[in-house]
Design a protein around this ligand. Structure first.
Ligand code: RIB
Length: 301
């Protein structure tokens, strides 16, 4: 029997962030920044978004791999605090994932990730949780864990008629067999271009990229386009985003994806799900950090 649970499979990182006036160019040193140590990782950020934005507690399980270190232990306690069921595998050799992030005055960022244990998450690690995936309402994944594991989990979900959302971030070439297992793909405009070869700048080009994804077997396409809004391939519409003063866009996409997954799992239409996700993402960019910026369901209302 299916549960209402959403399973997130993905990465967990500790973000080392410097916020400053501008992002230095190679060879340049800039003083005056502020340092923060934040919980992050696209997978964990999306799991936190699912947990905080769900109507009920205990709606999210998170499958990930950490190192046998302080960051890994921190991850476990933080996930529990958010009411997430942690399914963490411990790698005895690799350290937990870390990310170096710089954020400028406009809230723009650059990110460099050392995957560590995230990079060794293999199908054998996930096998004990196969039943949980098969019984869930929805499986949400990104690309900071090995593609073979993403494909293995997508196959299990697809066979059990569980909705699969792939947020292809960061983008890289995907096997043709994976596309056929995806119900919803949710790239941003850069990722859509890397994956389809179509430069996405407006509704027309977003539609073109949508057609490429659909030819490959993806059922539904959403393209997040920053301040331009969000393209929904089903509605063939570019939904404008809310005007807010952005101070930090780290994890805006993750918040969008977690919120979108929650709304879909609740049986909302794609336009309602986009609206819910855009509201959540708009709040997140007004706050610093990754998981620290994710709003609760109450705040959306
Ligand atoms: O999407 C934002 C996330 O990307 C950060 O939290 C960082 O850890 C990287 O995974």
């Amino acid at each position: 029997m299916k549960t209402k649970k959403i399973v997130v499979l993905g990465s967990t990182n500790t973000d080392m962030v410097i916020t400053g006036k501008k992002i230095p160019v190679p060879g340049e040193t800039i003083l005056g920044g502020r340092f923060l140590l934040n919980p992050g990782g696209k997978g964990a950020n999306q799991a936190v978004a699912v947990a905080r934005l769900s109507a009920k507690k205990g709606a999210c399980s998170f499958i990930a791999k950490v190192g046998d270190d302080v960051f890994g232990r921190e991850t476990l306690s933080r996930l529990k605090k958010d009411g997430i069921t942690p399914r963490l595998i411990v790698d005895k050799k690799e350290p937990s994932g870390t990310a170096l992030i710089m954020v400028d005055q406009k809230g723009q960022n650059i990110i460099s990730v050392a995957l560590g244990a995230n990079g060794t998450l293999c199908p054998k690690d996930v096998e004990p949780f196969k039943k949980e995936i098969e019984q869930s309402a929805l499986l949400l994944m990104q690309l900071e864990t090995p593609i073979k594991t993403v494909e293995w989990a997508a196959k299990a979900a697809n066979k059990a008629k569980v909705t699969v959302i792939l947020n292809p971030a960061p983008a890289c070439k995907l096997p043709a067999s994976l596309y056929k297992l995806i119900d919803w793909i949710t790239p941003n405009e850069t990722e859509a271009e890397i994956l389809t070869g179509v430069k996405v700048t407006d509704a027309k080009s977003a539609q073109k990229a949508t057609e490429v994804f659909k030819k490959r077997g993806v059922k539904h396409v959403i393209i997040t386009m920053g301040t331009k809004g969000c393209w929904c391939g089903d509605c063939q519409k570019l939904y404008p985003c809310r005007k807010v003063k952005a101070i930090d866009c780290v994890a805006a996409g993750d918040t969008f994806n977690g919120a979108f997954a929650v709304a879909l799992a609740e049986g909302k239409s794609c336009s309602e799900a986009v609206d819910f996700a855009q509201k959540a993402a708009a709040i997140s960019v007004t706050r610093p950090g990754a998981q620290s910026s994710v709003p609760t369901r109450k705040e959306i209302k």
